[in-house]
Design a protein around this ligand. Structure first.
Ligand SMILES: CC(C)(COP(=O)(O)OP(=O)(O)OC[C@H]1O[C@@H](n2cnc3c(N)ncnc32)[C@H](O)[C@@H]1OP(=O)(O)O)[C@@H](O)C(=O)NCCC(=O)NCCS
Length: 185
């Protein structure tokens, strides 16, 4: 597997979001092999290591191409305290109901749940998307029964849930918009 040397994309409180690199394979394979993590992702199936290896190779190839937008990818979320990977999160171009949009997403390894990490990473990504990329809205695609993910979406200001077509699935789609600036005077 090849790719540009990875570096920190974004600081997020106790966390850093890193570009993916080939050495992330073990961690990504362990995330995708965990039924607790995958329960509400895609059709809920876990993935074998070989599939994740092939996907990571494709991602690294895409991310190494000169016209790739660096922000448009899932990043590895690392704890600053010890550098350990705890999950992945990012903002990604996608299509919802056939319309090009940008979604924000998060996955954590179960050992890292219940510590506020997903919300911390998502808030930093949300603010980056609006302030640095100049996006006017982000979509959150989830299953309404995924209560932990709904809670993260709510904490970053997502609202207006609706049913939507995403790839081959019907999902719940929330929208996050930049906060309306306070009017003074
Ligand atoms: C969705 C997911 C990322 C949510 O993780 P999470 O740990 O519940 O969410 P947060 O990181 O925001 O943590 C919030 C919890 O940390 C607690 N917390 C502890 N310390 C905290 C701190 N310093 N700051 C904020 N919250 C803190 C909060 O009280 C809250 O507690 P709760 O677990 O009792 O609700 C996680 O369940 C997951 O990875 N699931 C599998 C993948 C998935 O489904 N992804 C979403 C696809 S749409």
């Amino acid at each position: 597997m090849t790719g540009a040397p990875a570096s920190v994309f974004l600081e997020a409180g106790r966390l850093q979001l890193w570009d993916k690199q080939a050495s992330d394979l073990d961690f990504l394979a362990s995330l995708s092999a965990d039924p607790e993590v995958m329960r509400w992702i895609g059709d809920g199936a876990t993935y074998p290591r070989g599939e994740i290896e092939a996907r990571l190779a494709r991602v690294l190839e895409i991310e190494a191409s000169p016209d790739h937008e660096r922000w448009n990818s899932f990043k590895i979320v690392r704890r600053k305290e010890d550098g350990a990977p705890v999950g992945q999160a990012g903002i990604l171009r996608c299509e919802i109901d056939g319309i090009p949009q940008v979604e924000i997403g998060w996955w954590l390894a179960p050992f890292a749940w219940s510590q506020g990490y997903a919300t911390e990473a998502a808030l930093a990504l949300r603010d980056y998307a609006f302030a640095e990329v100049g996006l006017q809205q982000l979509a959150v695609v989830l299953h309404a029964a995924n209560a932990r993910s709904v809670a993260v979406a709510t904490r970053i200001g997502a609202g207006a849930p609706r049913l939507a077509q995403y790839r081959d699935r019907l999902v719940t789609c929330y929208t996050v918009r930049p906060a309306t600036p306070a009017v003074s005077g």
